[in-house]
Structure formats: C-alpha cells, structure tokens
Ligand binder design. Structure first.
Ligand SMILES: Nc1ncnc2c1ncn2[C@@H]1O[C@H](COP(=O)(O)OP(=O)(O)OP(=O)(O)O)[C@@H](O)[C@H]1O
Length: 954
C-alpha cells in the first residue's frame, strides 16, 4: 500500500446533508491507499478476548482503573452535561403525547441534523474527553486512517471520510484499520482494506461486495448523560468519548479504543442520533429493502429514550414514521400500503401489544399463544399477530403508543421504569408502481405494470441487561433477558458467511448458530443472517461505572464492535410479487388483495347500478303504462257517460217530439185524429209496434210528475204497470188534460223543443269535442304502439270504438235532422191550426167543461174507449174539421216522408201492401216486435244501453 497522504480531516461528524443523494451509485471519494495504513497488525494481534468462544468468562475489569477512567471523564461530562438539556425522566417519557410528536414535515421541512446540530458542533470538540494517555492517542502522532463511510446502502456510498489518528496500545485496543471497531481487530472489516479512491476501478468485485455488505450494517454508540447533570464520577480507568472521531477509548484494564460508525456524545439529541443512525435505513426500507434498527445496552442507559424519545425530543420510532410518510408524499409515482404490528418478548413468551385482549400494564389477559414460523419469502415471523393498516403518521403513532402502554415495565436498580421485555415494532411497507394516467391498462382491470414490493422495518427496543436483582420477579425477568441477550451476543460473535450443505448458517467452525435458543434471536435471524440492512444503537452510561458496571459498559462496547465486524448484510431489494393470493407470500400482499377486492367491489357496484337502473326503467314503464291505462279507462268512462247522457237526452227529445205531435193532434180535444191515424193510416202503413211506441211515448209527456216519463217505458218491459194497451182513450184523455189548452200548449211545446234542441246541440258539440280529444290521445297511443312496433289489441279496440262513435254521431245527426224537419212541420201545423182557429172563431170545447165532464163521469175517465167515443160523438164544426183535417194531412205527410226516408236509407222495408218493417228484422229469423229506429227511440235506446253497458262486448 502506498503511503496515505495526511489529508485534512473532514468536517467532524459529517452530517447527513453531506451525504450523496440516496439513489446515487456507490461512487465515492476515497483516500489513496496508504502504506501507513495499519495493516501491519497481524491477525494475532487483532485477535482479542472478544474472539473467545461464547460463554467464556468476560474479562474482569479493574475497578480502580475504571474509577480513574471515569474520573477523567468528569471534565468532559461536566461540559457536555451542562450543555445537555435536562434529561427528562422516565415518567415524562411515558407520558409522551401523540399530538406533541412532530407532524410529518413538508418535504424536507424537518431540519436535518446538520442544521439542528450546527450549534452543537462547536461543542463537540470541547466535549471530547481528554484522555490521560492522550499522548498516545493524540492526533498527528502515528496517524492511522479510517473512513467513516464504507460504501453502502446506508451511507450513500461513502463520500465522506474521516481519518483518525490513533495508536494501538495493546492487543485489546481497536485495530485502527477497522473502520468500525477495533476491539476485535477483525482483519476482514471493510476499513481494513478500504482504499479511498475516486472510483472503484481496479477493486475486485468480491472485495467491493464485502465492503458493501459491511456498509449495510451501521453500529453506533450513544453515551447517556447523567440525569442531574452532575459530573460523572471518576472510575478506574479513563474514558475518552470523541463524537467527531466516533471513538470511545478506555484506558483501564481491557481498555482500548473503540471506533464505530457513530459515537454520540451525551449532549447529542435524538434527532441527530436518528439522522446518523437510522434515517437512510428507513428510506431504503421505503425503497424495498428490509431494515432493522435495534437498541442494545444495559438497563437505564437510554435505549427507550433513544427509540421512543420524548415529546420535546422524539426518538427513532416517531422520526422514522415522519420520514416514512414524507417519503410517500415525495414518491407520487408509487402507491403504498402500511401495516403495523407490535409485539413484546417477555419471559420468553411473545405477546401481541396491539391485540384487544392485551390489557394495559403488567397484567396481561390470556391471549392465544404467539408462535414464530419461518417462510422462505417472509423469513421468520410471529403468528397470529394483529396487524393494523395505518394511513397517517398520527394514526401510526397512536397505534404504537397503545402498544407502549401495554408493554411491561418495572423498577430496577438503575431505572425506575425499566422495560422488562424486548419490544418489536414492525412496519410492513407494500408499494407498487402507479399506473400512469392515460396508460393503456385499465386501472379497473387491476392490471398494473409491476407487482407489489413488500419490505419490513423492524424497530426494536431490547430489554436492558442487568445483574441479578434482589426481587424474585426481577430476577426471573432478568434471567430471561440476560439469556436472550447472551444468545444474541453469542450468535453475533460467531457470525460468519459460511453455511452448511443445507444452506444453514454456521460459524467458522461449521457449527450451527443457535438462533433457536431464544425468541429474540429467532426473530432477529433474517436480519442477522444478512437479509436486511441493520443499524445497532448501543447505549452506555459511563456514570454507572462507579457502581462496578464498567464491565457491562465494556461488554456493550464489545458487543457493538463484534456486531460491526461480524454481521454481514447482503440486503437486496425485495422482489415484486404478483397475484393476489394463493401462496402464503402472495396472500401477504395486501395491496394486491385490496386492489382485487376494490376491483371486485367496483364491478359488483357497477352491475348493481345497472340492475337498479333497469329496475327503475321497468318501474317507470309500468308506471307509464298504468297511467295510460288509467287515462284510457277514464276516457272510456267519460265516453260511456256522455253516451248514456246523450241517449237519455235523445230519448227525452224523441218523447217530447212525439208528445207534441200527439198534443198537436189532440189539442182541440178530439181523439179521432190520432185514433184514426192509429187505426187507419198508421195501422195500415206502419207496424203495430210503431203505433204502440208512439202511444207510449205520448204518455211520457214531460212536466207532469204524475205521469211517468216515457224514458222509463219500454215496449219490452215486463212491468205490467208500464204495459199499456194499444192506443186507448184514457191516454188521449190524459193528454187532453195536460195539453188541451190548444195554441198556448203548442207554443209551449215548441219553446220546450227549441230549448231541448239547443241542449242537444250543445251536447253533441261537447261530445264531438271529447271524441276528438279521445281520438287524438288514442292516435298518439297508437302511434307510440306503431313506433314501438307492437300493435296492441287495445289500439284495435280503440279504432273500433272510434268507428262506432262516428257512426253513432252520424246517426244522431240524422235524428237531429229528422227532428228539425218534424219541428218545422209542427210549426207549420201550428200555423195552420192558428189560421183555422182564427177562421172558425175559437174553440167551443172548454177544457174546464171537459174536466167537469170527467169529474161527473169518473168511470169513463180512464176507459180506452171513452176518447174515441168522445171523438166520434163530439160534433165538429166545419172550420174546425177542415183545420184538423189539414193538420192530419200534414202529420200524415210528415210521417210518410220520414218513413220514406227510412225506406230509402234501407232502415225500413216496405211491404207489398204498404206495411213496413225494420230492415234488420228481415235479416233476423226471430219474430220479435219490429221497431223503427229513430221513431222508436225507447226501444232502440234500451237495446243500445244494454249493449253499451256491457264492459266486454262480444
Ligand atoms: N440521552 C439522554 N438524555 C437525557 N436523558 C436520558 C438519555 N438517555 C436516557 N435518559 C434518561 O434515563 C432514564 C433511563 O432511560 P431509559 O428508560 O431509556 O433506559 P433503558 O435503557 O430503556 O432502560 P431499561 O432497559 O431498563 O428499559 C430515563 O429517565 C431517560 O429519560
């Protein structure tokens, strides 16, 4: 090796800010090889008692030496102690408020240690302990070099370097070539062969690998300040703590210089500790590496203080949580899922600190036994263990605070509230590439480029080693704690990269490593055997040495040195897993499972929405159909009502017209005209039923409540009270009684007829309007039906109905015409009669006289023969006879015309002897009484009503 130049010492305690970016390749500034590099030390020299087989008695410390050593510390401690913020005691630590924890800063907002400790750095030099044998250790004399930055995932490829001048004093002293610790003098440490060149060219690959592997393990030592800020009492031996040099040297028995990756002086804050010892590891975990941070040390030395911290000085765990979420925010191209578990190993039993059944304090409820299992992909894991998915730093801190609360604590000689168990916080980080916006893959399809990467961050606060306590419970706990820590120490001291045929790790002699001897080592197996990045924080309290604990302190330092030298990490970024389950490893990938679940739920939601929409559409259609049906029924009802009303009206009008005919005929008190008409003309020319109809209708004269309206009469009626004999005198007499006032009566009739005619016209126009509306709506329905291509029976029904209505209206119009003509005829008949009256000097027949006659001959009043007899017996005057004759003629002419019209229109058929019958009758085989439509409305109406009220004709 060429001689190393004497580089100016890099800034003491290079801050993380000086580290290269995380993603930077492992290029680094390096020192040229130096011939002065203390390689001269032979392995035999390096070999120390630390190499002794496990279980070998630890070297006893010379108490006096320790005392001296501690006394030498006093000056520095007093300095540092005065600078250290008053140390919060355990109770303060235990009451950390979550709200007081720092919220995740905006990217990069949390001041890095570089800035936060900038003020401290000036203290650093003054804080360094001046050792008595400083002549041997003083910088400049026999300088030796080491880089504080082995290229690794954790330090950003070792850009920085520090050179330490140290003189190896005895075999136990740190071989200065060891970059981390010289206590063992392991020749294979990275620093041993570390050559600071500007690039790695020329360095054998295997060599680089080894260096890298070593660099993946960071070992730091933190010196706790005295609680009350008093000076550390002098111990036998001399201690020198130099944070800048990452050195602790002890000049007592078994003394030596111990170099680590970091040495934190008593006054250094938690933030500084986190930045230097854990920050990079945490970020690597976020990138997909497994990482383990654990605090090791004697009871009361500040492990929990370092891991948890206080409200004012958060420790590694809360700061790591803050960083995890900062990283997530800074990495928008990936999506993350975090789950956390928290367990403790107490008396060699695993307890779930997050399980609901885990009660608070030291009296845990019974819970299912948690076992450790091993999986090729997951490594060693505890099961069944509750894992909680967390989405925010506050949530995560709250979960951990809950676990802390459930953790067992007790009072020990050195710690009023000592952790009596090893506590393991595990944060599982799942991440995957986000599908870029606009990518061809459909997010919903669940297909995304790349699988899910699962990495784990284990943050472990070990229980403190201690000497046998007086209390039995403490002794039992202590025994378990010590046993597990001893196993851990043993494994670390025997770690090597050798493996047996079955690929099980062995020590250099090929013996199995006793991972299974304790739960702690079993759980730490993946980390210790090189699968993860490791950061070990060893805590010491030099003030304890007065209590003969310097041996423990030395043990801690030696443990740290062994860990640095022996743990080899070939941590690789976790592979991306595909698929949502099946294999155990796959089923762990919650992110994938959740994605699949989201996808399934989404498609379920979609199909449900679709079904719902269809259902709604169907309901809407049904509703519309119902509405249309209701409208239709309403219209039908309206039409039926209108028809009924119309028919009744027609009937009524017909009756009136016939009444007025009769009235006209009988107005002069003579029954002969009608009687003759009935018996002779009509009897000969019109059917019997026609005469009957006329007579009956005549009876229904309106305006007299004593007389039944003709609309209630029917030829077909079986009611004997309504069945009247063929034209009888009594009916004529009735009419006489009613309308015998001649002219006035006729005029009244005409007025009534005109009023009725007006009514009828109004009805007809109303009906026409409604019919038009009905036709329109039915047309629109039909067009809908046609559009939809579904010809419904309802549409054809409507068409038939419409045709019927049309026909009915035509008929009504025809009837109206008839009645108009009849009215005209009646008017002219009235005129003729008036003329006749005028000519013959008024009527000799007094109505009163007739009434008197009726009263005097009551037996004759209702005799059918009476009227005809009256008609025959009453002498007629000439003029009157002529007038009546002309009226008769007129009436006969009208009737003949009407009959002729019917015959022409085919409604009536004229017989060869002048008789008539209904056309429909000729087609019917039945011999029922023939009726003349229009002239016998009562009968017709009755038929029609029967037909119309049938809701389902046919
Ligand atoms: N660096 C420090 N600065 C200030 N106070 C500290 C520091 N380290 C430890 N303390 C204090 O020392 C006491 C013991 O610390 P802590 O409980 O963290 O020790 P421990 O190693 O976890 O002990 P145990 O193993 O018994 O649990 C606490 O009151 C704590 O506040």
């Amino acid at each position: 090796m060429s001689a190393l130049p004497q580089p100016s010492r890099p800034a003491a305690n290079p801050s993380p800010g000086q580290f290269p970016p995380l993603a930077a390749p492992k290029s680094r500034k390096s020192l040229p090889p130096s011939s002065d590099f203390p390689r001269a030390l032979s392995p035999s020299q390096i070999s120390t008692k630390l190499r002794a087989p496990p279980g070998s008695p630890r070297p006893a410390l010379n108490k006096s030496a320790l005392t001296n050593s501690v006394s030498n510390l006093t000056s520095s401690q007093s300095i540092s102690g005065s600078r250290t913020p008053s140390s919060p005691d355990k109770s303060l630590r235990r009451t950390i408020s979550i709200a007081a924890f720092p919220q995740p800063p905006k990217a990069g907002s949390r001041p890095s240690t570089a800035s936060s400790i900038s003020g401290i750095q000036s203290l650093h030099s003054s804080g360094s302990v001046k050792v008595k044998r400083g002549s041997r250790l003083s910088a400049g004399t026999n300088s030796s070099y080491r880089s504080s930055q082995t290229p690794s995932l954790l330090n950003g490829a070792g850009d920085s370097k520090s050179i330490i001048s140290i003189e190896a004093r005895d075999p136990e002293a740190s071989p200065p070539q060891s970059r981390s610790s010289s206590a063992q003098g392991s020749y294979s440490t990275s620093a041993t062969t570390f050559e600071d060149t500007d690039d790695t060219a020329g360095i054998p690959k295997a060599h680089m690998k080894t260096r890298e592997a070593k660099g993946n393990v960071i070992v730091s030592v933190r010196v706790r300040p005295d609680v009350n800020g008093t000076e550390t009492p002098k111990a036998n031996g001399e201690w020198n703590v130099d944070g800048r040099k990452s050195l602790i040297s002890y000049s007592g028995k078994e003394g030596g210089d111990y170099f680590y990756d970091n040495v934190f002086s008593p006054h250094e804050h938690n933030a500084r500790v986190y930045d230097a010892a854990a920050k990079r590891l945490v970020r690597r975990v976020m990138e997909g590496y497994h990482g383990t941070v654990f605090a090791y040390g004697m009871t009361g030395t500040g492990k929990t203080f370092s891991m948890q911290g206080t409200a004012t000085s958060p420790g590694v765990i809360p700061l790591a949580i803050t960083d995890i979420f900062s990283f997530i925010r800074e990495t928008p191209h990936r999506e993350f899922l975090l789950r956390v578990s928290y367990l403790e190993i107490y008396n060699e039993k695993i307890h779930d600190l997050l399980s609901a059944s885990a009660s608070s304090g030291n009296t845990p409820l019974q819970q299912e036994e948690i076992k450790l299992r091993e999986d090729s992909k997951r490594g060693v894991y505890a099961t069944p263990l509750k894992e909680e998915i967390v989405q925010s730093p506050t949530q995560l801190l709250r979960v951990i605070a809950r676990g802390d609360h459930a953790r067992r604590t007790g009072s020990t000689q050195f710690n009023a509230r000592s952790s009596r168990s090893h506590a393991v916080v595990q944060i599982v980080v799942e991440s995957r590439e986000r599908v870029p916006a606009g990518a061809t893959q459909d997010r919903r399809s669940g297909m995304a480029p790349g699988g899910v990467r699962v990495s784990t961050l284990s943050l472990i606060d070990l229980a403190g080693s201690e000497r046998a306590a007086d209390d039995k419970e403490r002794r039992t706990e202590g025994a378990h704690i010590n046993k597990s820590l001893l196993t851990l120490g043993t494994i670390i001291s025997r770690l090597s990269e050798t493996k047996d045929k079955a690929d099980n790790p062995t020590d250099r002699e090929g013996r199995h490593l006793p991972y299974r001897d304790s739960k702690l080592t079993r759980l730490l197996q993946p980390a210790l055997s090189g699968n993860s990045l490791v950061s070990i924080l060893c805590t010491v309290h030099l003030g304890m040495v007065v209590n003969s604990n310097s041996g423990e302190t030395l043990n801690t330092l030696k443990f740290a040195a062994r860990a640095k030298n022996n743990i080899v990490s070939h941590a690789k970024r976790a592979e991306e897993a595909f698929g949502s389950g099946g294999s155990d490893a796959g089923s762990r990938v919650l992110l994938e499972r959740y994605r699949m679940e989201i996808q399934a739920l989404r498609s379920q939601l979609e199909s449900q929405t679709k079904a719902q929409a269809e259902k709604e559409l169907k309901l809407e259609e049904q509703q519309l159909e119902k509405e249309a049906q209701a409208r239709h029924e309403e219209q039908m009802l309206e039409m039926q009502l209108a028809r009924t009303a119309l028919k009744e009206r027609i009937e009524h009008l017909n009756r009136l017209i016939l009444c007025s005919k009769s009235t006209g005929v009988n107005s002069q008190g003579s029954m002969l005209a009608l009687g003759r008409l009935s018996r002779m003309s009509i009897a000969e020319s019109v059917s019997r039923s026609l005469r009957s109809s006329v007579s009956q209708s005549t009876l229904g004269a309106y305006g007299n409540s004593s007389l039944r309206p003709a609309s209630f009469l029917s030829v077909n009626s079986n009611d004997p009270s309504t069945t009247l004999p063929f034209p009888g005198n009594d009916e004529e007499e009735d009419i006489m009684g009613e309308f015998a006032d001649g002219k006035a009566s006729a005029q009244r009739q005409i007025a009534a007829l005109q009023a009725d005619l007006g009514d009828k016209n109004r009805y007809i126009s109303t009906l026409e309007r409604r019919l038009l509306q009905a036709r329109r709506s039915s047309h629109s329905r039909m067009s809908i039906g046609i559009k939809s291509g579904i010809p419904t029976p309802e549409n054809s029904d409507m068409a038939v109905l419409l045709r019927e209505k049309d026909m009915e209206i035509n008929e009504l119009r025809q009837q109206l015409d008839d009645k108009d003509r009849m009215l005209a005829a009646l008017r002219s008949a009235a005129r003729h009669r008036d003329l006749a009256h005028f000519a013959t000097d008024t009527c000799p027949v007094d109505l009163n006289e007739k009434n008197e006659h009726r009263q005097s001959h009551p037996e004759m009043a209702h005799s059918p023969a009476t009227e005809s007899i009256n008609g025959l017996l009453l002498p007629l005057r000439d003029g009157e006879t002529n007038g009546r004759k002309s009226i008769d003629d007129e009436m006969s002419r009208i009737l003949d015309e009407m009959i002729q019209d019917r015959v022409e229109s085919g409604q009536l058929i004229k017989g060869c002897r002048g008789s008539v019958r209904l056309a429909s009758e000729s087609r019917r085989p039945s011999n029922s009484t023939p009726t003349v439509e229009g002239l016998n409305p009562g009968n017709t109406t009755s038929d029609n009503i029967d037909h119309d009220y049938d809701p389902q004709p046919g």
